[in-house]
Design a protein around this ligand. Structure first.
Ligand SMILES: Cc1cc2nc3c(=O)[nH]c(=O)nc-3n(C[C@H](O)[C@H](O)[C@H](O)COP(=O)(O)O)c2cc1C
Length: 327
């Protein structure tokens, strides 16, 4: 990468922040985040992202990339300097069959940020750096954070305890300082963050950005169905179950969705064979689990309604400003 010094990355992060309403990402979510959510988030001043595997077949991914780049360029003309960058989330696990095709499209459409998942960012760093993009690696432990930093990630997404999807187990309170002790690049903290004070708290801990997934599911622009959105409104942290039953990897799910699928949430076995990496394969077995069994992080109490992304970001901003101004 021509400008790979940490100082340059810090300058680039500052330039990104200057375009944001809030130092936050709308996190990538399987079957939930697509172009509408990404575009709405970026227009509202929050970094929008989606997993490339949500677009099937590959032609759809190209359509999504085209739509996102075109609509955001248009928005930028209307509000110069006010549109947030966007990020593509790419599985880097060797079993992801579409890896090469997806990466080729990433190189063509040049998202500002590539968030790598399920493996070392090494496979993409050079090619993303070549077009001037930043690579942020999603990690769920300090050990993996260290490995990703050594592999050349520009930033680290710390998925902490209480997160939606495949969660981490380390609380953000110790995760951020532990990673800060050896990494001076951008840190993004995720896991149960649902409101403005939470976003501010991530900064106070030493993170540069907060990473919000679950909070963006009950928005009008997300691809989640109405049953899922309403269940998030109706649920609290008491309804969140951690289990490896569905994919072989521990993830947080809504208890009522397990019940409504006719499964007893109190008698869940642990799947021996991991299915998490089959999200990108042809059989797509894990998609069934994620379509009918709804995933959510612990931060549910703050979710009171289904709302537009712009209204949600305005609410988050009001809470953030209040927390920041507090003595
Ligand atoms: C329904 C759902 C699907 C997810 N799918 C993905 C995914 O495909 N790739 C990924 O890197 N993270 C995925 N995640 C994790 C999020 O990107 C993020 O780490 C998490 O939502 C943060 O915690 P929170 O939900 O408590 O805000 C998913 C999370 C949820 C809730």
């Amino acid at each position: 990468m021509p400008d790979s010094s940490r100082a340059t990355i810090a300058e680039r992060v500052a330039a990104i922040k200057a375009r944001l309403t809030l130092p936050a990402f709308q996190a990538p979510m399987f079957l939930v985040s697509g172009p509408e959510l990404v575009i709405a988030a970026c227009k509202a001043g929050v970094i929008g992202s989606f997993p490339t595997m949500n677009a099937r077949p590959i032609e759809v991914l190209e359509e999504w990339f085209e739509r996102i780049t075109a609509e955001l360029a248009e928005a930028e003309k209307e509000s110069p300097g006010k549109v947030a960058p966007w990020a593509a989330n790419l599985i880097v696990h060797r079993t992801f069959e579409r890896f090469d095709e997806d990466l080729a499209l990433v190189q063509k459409y040049k998202p500002d940020i590539v968030i790598t998942a399920l493996g070392s960012p090494k496979r993409v760093t050079e090619r993303v750096h070549d077009y001037g993009g930043l690579v942020f690696a999603d990690v769920n432990s300090v050990v993996y954070a260290k490995k990703a930093a050594e592999a050349g990630a520009d930033g680290l997404v710390l998925v902490s305890a209480g997160a939606g999807g495949h969660t981490g187990f380390t609380t953000g309170f110790s995760f951020v300082p532990a990673v800060r002790s050896f990494f001076d690049g951008p840190i993004i903290l995720g896991g149960g963050i649902v409101d403005g004070p939470g976003i501010r708290a991530a900064e106070v801990l030493g993170a540069d950005f907060a990473y919000l997934g679950t909070r963006f599911i009950p928005t009008t622009e997300s691809m989640a169905n109405d049953k899922y959105k309403q269940m998030l409104v109706d649920s609290t942290e008491e309804d969140v179950i951690l289990t490896a039953h569905f994919t072989g990897v521990p993830a947080n799910y809504l208890r009522p969705s397990i019940e409504s699928a006719g499964i007893d949430p109190d008698k869940l076995s642990v799947r021996k064979e991991k299915k998490f990496d089959s999200r990108g394969d042809k059989k797509n077995e894990a998609a069934k689990a994620w379509r009918d069994i709804f995933s959510a992080g612990q931060g549910l109490r703050a979710i009171e309604q289904v709302q537009s992304v712009s209204d949600l970001v305005a609410d988050l901003k009001a809470g953030y400003d209040k927390a920041k101004a507090a003595p």
